[in-house]
Design a protein around this ligand. Structure first.
Ligand code: C2E
Ligand code: CA
Ligand code: CA
Length: 566
């Protein structure tokens, strides 16, 4: 029996229609009355302008609804209408789509209360509001949004059955670029089309949501497998390819997908699901786009570790590079038969992660731009230490690594030259190490910096030579002072004849250009002997000393001097 069972007094249908007319232009939402006994419907007059309605008053309620309800949603609505007409329920609350006057799907939320008379439904009075604007749904793609996804998940988890299936997050690659080139409207069209194509590939038991911007989420909680998801992704790709072809390649775009099987989800909670699906799609994009990536616990663990490390690094830099330390590794001069300098190597230490390798944290510093303050800090530490080491070895040289990001984003040459002056060093006592990278080659700022430092007498070393780029133009055009052979290359040359012969050729070439050679990664006496055949000017490696903190390095060079004096 209904909550509102009256025999009279609430108002007749005619009176309520007049009430609706009276207030309708004071609100954005639409009030309505549905008279069950006369099969009659009346809605705020302004609804006629917005939706594909034949008028704001009509008979044959359900049949007429078929004219303006989005076709996919009609069946569900019919069922609901039957329940209400039979008086089995007296409240109505449903989200579904109506067609707008220009025939586009518009998400609405329709709510109402049924008034009963003599135990039978008399009429339902209620309100319709558009939910597209509130991110429950998106009018461009015609799909439900995040809020609705949350409601769906809450409903499914409350059923108390273990959820099986998958979440497939699909993202358009480079929509921003398309918007910029062809306009937002074209971007919207692509979004719409993509939504349609995904919908075409949807199984009846699946749900589709429009996530932020250019991303969609297919939810299969009906036991769908990884194979099913991958097939679906393939189908979507094919549909898009057909569209591109049909449009004569006016625009070419691709989609990536991140697949999260339910078996990998510990917590079916919206924030967690969004985080995990976002991660899978980002991984797919990182893998080069136009591909589908399946969630992997190990990858996710690494990702979280990296995020944690990033937070620690930010905090450390903010607190004056607390946790960073400068280590020094001896550079051995074969001419002088002694240590003549050191390479400065950054270390990072945090309570949470302990000692972290620069191989791990330098790329994060570069990616976040934190390498600029951290690099400034290490430069200062290096120059300061050099002054101290010169008290033991007057012509001591200090070598400092520079990242391309430092060159691109800051006046690093000014900082180097200022520092040299401040600490009273000779420019030739400072070596700047740079790795080969295509990025630097054609950059004007880099070329200017290189020229300026060279003119001032600072030494320039080309680091990691032989590790992949090995652009010989660097040698002849840039004329670095020192070529540092990558330690992996040295290691290979020690065990493989072919690499060894290549090392010999490299070395001859470097010498024929009148440049100095530094061989890195020399670990043992045997290696030292083989490396010496190359007649390098400098040698670096564990054989002469591992990177160590300042105090230990001071002891090392003091001992060397002591030994030589004896
Ligand atoms: P890199 O510039 O090639 O530095 C030499 C690396 O080789 C150092 O690793 C050093 O410990 C290691 N090494 C030296 N001799 C040997 C040897 O005989 N055997 C073996 N197996 N390894 C040897 P580390 O300190 O882990 O640094 C790794 C990389 O991190 C550096 O490679 C450099 O690219 C980067 N890095 C370190 N400090 C800085 C810095 O202050 N700024 C920038 N931009 N990059 C840095
Ligand atoms: Ca280096
Ligand atoms: Ca190196």
């Amino acid at each position: 029996m209904g909550r509102t069972d009256v025999s009279a007094g609430v108002g007749t249908v005619e009176e309520i229609c007049r009430m609706i007319d009276l207030v309708s232009d004071t609100m954005d939402d639409y009030l309505y009355i549905c008279d069950f006994q006369n099969d009659f419907y009346y809605i705020s007059p302004q609804a006629k302008k917005r939706f594909l309605l034949p008028g704001n008053a009509f008979h044959e309620v359900m049949k007429t609804h078929e004219q303006f309800v989005y076709p996919d949603d009609i069946m569900g609505l019919e069922k609901e209408f039957e329940i209400l007409t039979r008086g089995e329920r007296t409240t109505h609350n449903r989200m579904y789509r109506w067609m707008s006057a220009d025939r586009k799907p518009v998400w609405i939320n329709c709510r109402g209360n049924v008034t009963m008379k003599d135990g039978k439904p008399w009429y339902m009075v209620g309100c319709i509001n558009e939910i597209g604007g509130r991110q429950k749904a998106d009018n461009i793609s015609g799909l439900l949004g995040e809020t609705s996804l949350e409601q769906y998940i809450v409903r499914k988890t409350s059923e108390g059955v273990a959820l099986d299936g998958f979440f497939l997050r699909v993202g358009i690659d480079g929509l921003k670029g398309i918007n910029a080139r062809l306009g937002m409207e074209y971007g919207d069209l692509l979004l719409c089309r993509t939504a349609e194509y995904i919908q075409c590939c949807l199984r009846p038991e699946e749900q589709l949501y429009h996530m932020s911007g250019d991303e969609f989420l297919i939810v299969n909680l009906a036991g769908g497998t990884e194979k099913d998801a991958r097939e679906q992704y393939k189908k979507i790709q094919e549909k898009i390819e057909q569209f591109i072809e049909k449009k004569n390649y006016q625009v070419v775009y691709i989609v990536s997908a991140g697949l999260l099987p339910c078996s990998d989800i510990r917590e079916f909670e919206i924030a967690n699901l969004l985080k995990l699906t976002e991660f899978t799609l980002n991984q797919a994009k990182k893998l080069g786009k136009n591909t589908c990536y399946t969630f992997c616990e190990e990858d996710y663990r690494k990702f979280l570790h990296r995020q944690r490390l990033m937070r620690q690094l930010r905090k450390a830099v903010k607190h004056g590079c607390e946790g960073f330390e400068a280590y020094f590794q001896p550079l051995y001069s074969t001419d002088r038969s002694r240590i003549f300098g050191a390479e400065t190597l950054m270390r990072f230490h945090s309570e949470e992660s302990g000692m972290v390798s620069p191989v791990e944290f330098i790329p994060i510093l570069e990616e976040t731009g934190l390498i600029i303050p951290a690099g400034r800090w290490i430069l200062d530490q290096a120059l300061q230490a050099c002054v101290q080491f010169q008290k033991v070895l007057p012509d001591f040289h200090i070598s400092i690594n520079l990242s391309p990001v430092q060159i691109m984003k800051s006046g690093i040459d000014d900082e180097i030259l200022e520092g040299i002056e401040r600490y009273g060093l000779a420019p030739s006592q400072v070596i700047i190490e740079l790795t080969e990278s295509d990025l630097l080659e054609s950059d004007q700022r880099f070329l200017q910096m290189w020229k300026r430092l060279k003119e001032k007498g600072v030494q320039l070393a080309l680091d990691d030579f032989g590790s992949g780029y090995s652009n010989f133009r660097y040698l002849t055009e840039m004329r670095p002072d020192i070529i540092k052979i990558d330690r992996m290359f040295t290691a290979n040359a020690m065990t493989h004849e072919f690499d060894y012969r290549q090392l010999v050729l490299f070395s001859e070439m470097v010498h024929s250009l009148n440049l100095s050679l530094c061989i890195e990664g020399t670990e043992t006496k045997e290696e030292l002997q083989r490396v010496s055949e190359m007649v390098p000017e400098y040698i670096q490696g564990y054989y002469f000393g591992r990177p160590c903190e300042k105090r230990a390095f001071e002891r090392l060079i003091a001992n060397q001097e002591h030994e030589i004096e004896k």
